[in-house]
Design a protein around this ligand. Structure first.
Ligand code: GAR
Length: 212
């Protein structure tokens, strides 16, 4: 466990539904969720809060954003672990600090670029969600926008889905469709899709919070 992880509070004393967001990079989806939670007063209205943001990369820009928003952060460097299983076990240990019998933690993958082990996925079954920048089941995996352009797609989009053992599978919770314009590059398209991600993900999470 990294020093940053050790600094993390061990006990979170509340009956709030805790959301733990996992990131690897910019964290713009995470920021959208945090800001929506504040703007829509999820704590007061739904008894829910973003309790922590955890990154597998110490230099993830999203960590700075989370701190600015007053959210606890932790870093767990996957390169410090000998196996995928060992990393995922340590990650679960961090997340479970926010788990409560009467309010199970919701684990939100927001640009968390790690393939998760079956043990990790099973542990959080039904309360582990991901956002993927394509209209699943099309274009699982990486480089979705370039592949969609190469395939001549006229519409692309974004999917929020439950996470299962199979990469980018699992029940689709919501999708948003984005048109492809003739002048699009992969980067331009990614930016247009991302604006929809920021609208869709907080809405899906708010819905899920009513159910868990
Ligand atoms: C988002 O576009 C998200 O959909 C994608 O990474 C980006 C993260 O951006 N996720 C995946 O590709 C997962 N397979 P963010 O860090 O600014 O939220």
């Amino acid at each position: 466990m990294s020093a940053a992880a050790q600094d993390h509070p061990a006990i979170i004393g509340s009956h709030m539904k805790n959301i733990v967001i996992l990131i690897s990079g910019g964290g713009s989806n995470m920021a959208a969720i945090v800001k929506t939670a504040q703007r829509e007063a999820w704590a007061q209205r739904m008894g829910a809060k973003v309790a922590a943001v955890i990154s597998n990369k110490a230099d993830a820009k999203g960590l700075v954003v989370a701190k600015e928003q007053g959210v606890a952060t932790a870093v767990l460097d996957h390169e410090a672990f000998a196996s995928r299983e060992a990393f995922d076990a340590a990650l679960a240990g961090l997340i479970d600090r926010y788990d409560q019998p009467d309010a199970p933690v919701l684990v939100v993958l927001a640009g968390f670029m790690r393939i998760l082990t079956p043990g990790f996925v099973d542990r959080y079954a039904g309360r582990l969600v991901n956002i993927h920048p394509s209209l699943l089941p099309a274009f699982t995996g990486m480089h979705t926008h370039q592949r969609a352009l190469d395939a001549g797609c006229k519409f692309v989009g974004v999917t929020v889905h439950q996470v299962t053992r199979v990469l980018d599978e699992g029940q689709i919770l919501a999708q948003a469709v984005v048109p492809v314009l003739p002048t699009d590059t992969a980067d331009i398209l990614a930016a247009r899709v991302l604006t929809q991600e920021h609208l869709l993900y907080p809405r899906v999470i708010a819905n899920l919070l009513q159910k868990i």
